[in-house]
Write a protein that binds this ligand. Structure first.
Ligand code: B1M
Length: 209
């Protein structure tokens, strides 16, 4: 019998092969894709997220957990779609225009996916217009922007302004090493998160979950 506690442990320790093996056998045994996701993968990512927030683990461990989750999701995702498990919301996430740093953004994407969001990853160097168009096209509830350079932070303000001008009701959230809550307040973004785990809490809060 597939052990979902062992699956969450495989995520925590970043064991890709183990995560894939347990996910595949759980599916073969007929466990519901939703319980595999929530009790196995998401449970593991939540623990890693908390440990990361408390400085008990660091970026390499989070990246390894994220990779293990990604590997398991490759076999689970089609079954979730078949089972009609509704994502809790869609988030369009990217690194803003002029900025090529994506390690933090990728962590945020992984953690949001782990929490049950459908995430449209726009990549790096994303213009205000591209954020707005993608949000419209996908009916996203959240636009998430990352910036690592003080020189690219103004691209966040441009995006917030473009969202307002387009009349979208999408929420905007921002993060990245030089970004602060005070900056979010200044540009009128709906929220700021200092790390990937807090980004999940914030995203859930912004959509009322
Ligand atoms: Co760059 N770089 N870099 N760099 N780089 C920094 C950011 C810098 C601080 C280094 C320094 O000078 N000490 C400096 C910025 C200075 C400033 O603006 N004040 C800098 C510079 C200057 C540059 C270049 C201009 C260098 C040059 O070419 N002269 C150049 C710019 C290129 C460009 O973007 N146009 C450049 C290039 C690069 C590399 C390509 C070599 C590489 C990026 C590789 C990649 O991302 N694929 C790189 C790296 C790796 C860094 C450092 C070393 C590490 C950044 C990182 O990945 N941190 C960085 C120095 C440092 O931070 N120690 C530096 C780990 C990551 C997990 O953290 O992204 O903060 P972070 O994400 C966190 C949180 O901030 C938060 O969650 C994450 C996880 O907890 N978060 C969000 C992030 N996004 C979020 C979004 C949210 C919510 C939370 O909501 C949506």
């Amino acid at each position: 019998m597939a052990d979902l506690k062992a699956l969450s442990q495989a995520i925590i320790t970043g064991s890709k092969d183990k995560a894939l093996e347990i996910t595949s056998s759980a599916l073969a045994e007929g466990l519901s894709p939703e319980s595999i996701l929530n009790e196995g993968l998401v449970a593991g990512m939540n623990i890693i997220g908390e440990r990361f927030k408390n400085n008990e683990v660091y970026i390499p461990e989070v990246l390894m957990a994220a990779m293990a989750m990604k590997t398991a999701m490759e076999v689970l995702e089609p079954r979730l779609v078949e089972a009609g498990v509704e994502p809790i919301g869609t988030a369009a996430v990217g690194t803003v225009q002029g900025d090529l740093h994506d390690i933090g953004k990728n962590l945020v994407v992984m953690m949001l996916k782990g929490a049950g969001f459908e995430v449209i990853d726009l990549g790096v160097n994303v213009s205000a217009q591209a954020f707005v168009e993608k949000a419209k096209e996908t009916n996203a509830k959240i636009i998430g922007m990352s910036a690592l350079l003080t020189t690219t932070m103004p691209s966040m303000e441009k995006t917030v302004t473009a969202v307002r001008q387009a009349g979208l009701s999408v929420k905007t959230m921002i993060g990245g090493a030089p970004v602060t809550q005070a900056y979010a307040d200044k540009i009128g973004a709906d929220g700021f998160a200092p790390d990937a785990a807090s980004a999940v809490d914030l995203a859930k809060f912004l959509i009322g979950k």
